[in-house]
Design a protein around this ligand. Structure first.
Ligand code: KIV
Length: 272
């Protein structure tokens, strides 16, 4: 028997149980310190492969390696105690076959101690989702705009603007739900379509640029903090952290240039 932790972490079934209930609150998190702050307010934290663009300067999520996801996944699990931690499976680690997907998802779960993985794709990934779920790996699906397919989609565009696109996207939502996904991210999706999907499937829909019709929302933390240099139009900013950082660094630089930095009376004792 393991030593019980004081705080019980939310699980994939807890999130699945939030259908038609209190909205699911979630953010991406890539480091231990921001994870520990977001943990107090979020139901799940996503170690999204967007970290490749946000933190590592890649042009898309396509180049993100599995080892990088695992490294950031470990940091977020260490920094949090209550929220479910979901780690993205990066491009090229799950599409080839269900068995390869299982091998890589199991590595993510064992090495990071996260509670679930997320992968992109609808009906064509349903077999893989079922394979993982039957073998003990909770899967969050991701449909609509799927950034790992940027090279075939051709750009970050809203999905389902035309009614004739709806049937295929609705079929994707049904397929991932039927395969056993515990929730599904709807990215960049026209509101009427997001509303129809949310009404028609039994698992929570988590929107990002997909309207309040969804069962919850996820945003890239740096975007809502006002820290990202380029932010999609749908993102509400709740802070101006980029400006605050610049102001602080400017003050620091002036401080050092004027030689007013602390002397020997200051120690490494931590401030209250
Ligand atoms: O990688 C990511 O941050 C994501 C969210 C946009 C849902 O997949």
């Amino acid at each position: 028997m393991s030593v019980q932790k004081q705080v019980r972490r939310l699980t994939a079934p807890d999130i699945a149980g939030r259908k038609n209930a209190e909205p699911v609150v979630s953010l991406t998190a890539y480091h231990a310190h921001t994870a520990s702050i977001a943990d107090k307010y979020c139901d799940f934290l996503l170690v999204g492969d967007s970290l490749g663009m946000v933190m590592h300067g890649f042009e898309s999520t396509v180049p993100v390696p599995l080892d990088l996801m695992i490294m950031h996944g470990k940091a977020v699990v260490r920094g949090s105690a209550r929220a479910l931690v979901v780690v993205d499976m990066p491009f090229g680690t799950y599409e080839e076959s269900p068995a390869i997907a299982f091998r890589n998802a199991a590595r993510i779960m064992k090495e990071t101690d996260c509670g679930a993985v997320k992968l992109e794709g609808g009906a064509h990934m349903a077999e893989t989702i079922g394979y993982l779920v039957q073998r003990g790996i909770p899967v969050m699906a991701h449909i609509g705009l799927t950034p790992q397919s940027i090279n075939t989609i051709g750009g970050f565009k809203t999905q389902g603007r035309q009614r004739d696109q709806w049937a295929a996207i609705e079929a994707d939502a049904r397929a991932v739900a039927d395969a056993g996904a515990f929730s599904v991210v709807l990215e960049a999706m026209a509101e009427p379509l997001a509303a129809r999907i949310t009404k028609s499937i039994a698992i929570p829909t988590i929107g990002i640029g997909a309207s309040a019709a969804c069962d919850g929302q996820i945003l890239v933390m740096e975007d809502m903090l006002g820290l990202s240099p380029r932010v999609p139009k749908f993102v509400k900013e709740f802070g101006k952290v980029g400006r605050a950082i610049e102001r602080a660094i400017k003050l620091y630089s002036a401080d050092v240039r004027s030689r007013s930095f602390p002397g020997p009376e200051n120690t490494y004792d931590v401030k209250d």
